[in-house]
Design a protein around this ligand. Structure first.
Ligand code: HEM
Length: 350
């Protein structure tokens, strides 16, 4: 049988020229509309790098350590830079002054959070308070953290901080080549001591490696997923939502890490061996510690155990890169060398 080319096209669902032209026209209109809309939005926003239609600046933002690119743009365009990740506008504040002016002085306008589709919803099931919009859940999260981090409570951490400082000086003396790990261990141990009532002896411990991996993954999210700019992709049948695979794998890792940490606290509490810490206090207040009664049962938002696990993990996530980053950035390396020479801190050895 002879089949004409036209019929073969229909039979094999090959698009006809008309269909191709229509498709090309639709894409051109979408691109033109998107670039026009981007231009209009950009005119009302602070300066920043020019993006492409549809994707904005997404292709220019590296998935690992995106802030290096942000820093370059701050140097080029000024302390307040705007860009687009897809259709989502992003403002990068490059100086403390800009952050103060906008986030503190105008906090009534800029205190809430945008929607974090991947990091907040898919990865964290809305259990990470840092990514919640202003509201009752956010207030509850803040209240729990405040109980462990307010100024008077912080006073009680001085002995622990002093112990960790001395241990760090000793580590630097013994292993000056591991400068970065020594400082990171200090930061990790302070955060884990106040959160879970136990010290960190090495950056190689499983909980620390897992925590660092979790934070690195969160840092890699901005600009990485199309669904962030096009949340309608969440309406696709679940098996077609290709972007879920990676965050859902990390979610399982996070849950394993955070529950193992609070289970460990519960076990030590049962044995009477857990020092007072953010987790022991929160487990008791929320009625999850052995023999405790929920003191917060009349609050509007009730936490389940997994909410507690995520919330008390915040300092562990927030306190390592920040503290060690500050120490690195004031460049104490030179001082460490003189410390190794024994000129400054011979007292530590004594
Ligand atoms: C120099 C060191 C630090 C810097 C520069 C720093 C900076 C910040 C910033 C900018 C935020 C707000 C993040 C956001 O809203 O997106 C934040 C939140 C937070 N930080 Fe730090 N931080 C430091 C050390 C620490 C330490 C040592 C801890 C605990 C051990 C800690 C615990 C937290 C927590 C729990 C939050 C979330 C608070 C909330 O959502 O209200 N931070 N930090």
């Amino acid at each position: 049988m002879v089949v004409s080319i036209h019929n073969a096209g229909e039979f094999l669902s090959i698009p006809t020229w008309n269909q191709l032209l229509l498709g090309a026209l639709s894409i051109s209109i979408l691109v033109l509309w998107s670039s026009g809309a981007l231009d209009i939005r950009r005119r009302r926003m602070p300066p920043g790098p020019r993006g492409l239609p549809l994707v904005g600046n997404k292709h220019q933002v590296p998935s690992i350590k995106p802030w290096r690119m942000f820093k370059k743009w701050n140097e080029q365009y000024g302390p307040v830079v705007s860009l687009h990740l897809g259709r989502t506008p992003v403002i990068v504040l490059g100086t403390a002054r800009a952050a103060w002016e906008i986030l503190d002085k105008r906090s009534d306008i800029y205190s809430s959070r945008p929607r974090f589709v991947v990091a907040g919803e898919i990865l964290s099931d809305n259990r990470r308070g840092l990514m919640l919009p202003y509201g009752e859940e956010w207030r509850k999260y803040r209240k729990v953290l405040h109980s462990g981090l307010h100024a008077r409570r912080a006073e009680t951490y001085k002995d622990m901080q002093s112990l960790e400082s001395k241990a760090t000086l000793r580590d630097i003396l013994l292993h000056p080549e591991a400068w970065d790990a020594n400082i990171q261990r200090y930061a990790a141990s302070v955060a884990v001591s106040l959160s879970y009532g136990k010290r960190v002896h090495s950056m190689d411990e499983w909980i620390v490696r897992e925590n660092v991996a979790a934070m690195d993954y969160i840092d890699s999210i901005p600009g990485k997923y199309l669904v962030e700019s096009w949340p309608w992709l969440l309406k696709l049948p679940r098996f077609l939502q290709w972007f879920r695979r990676e965050p859902e794998e990390y979610k399982q890792r996070d849950i394993k890490l955070y529950t193992s940490l609070i289970d460990d606290v519960k076990n030590r509490m049962a044995e009477g061996k857990c020092p007072d810490c953010l987790t022991s206090q929160t487990l008791s207040d929320e009625g999850f510690a052995p023999g405790s009664e929920n003191k917060r049962k009349n609050e509007k938002v009730r936490f389940d155990e997994l909410d507690v696990a995520y919330t008390v993990a915040s300092p562990f996530g927030a306190g390592i890169e920040t503290v060690s980053g500050v120490v690195f950035s004031i460049n104490l390396k030179a001082d460490a060398q003189s410390l190794v020479d024994g000129r400054k801190f011979s007292v530590v050895h004594a």
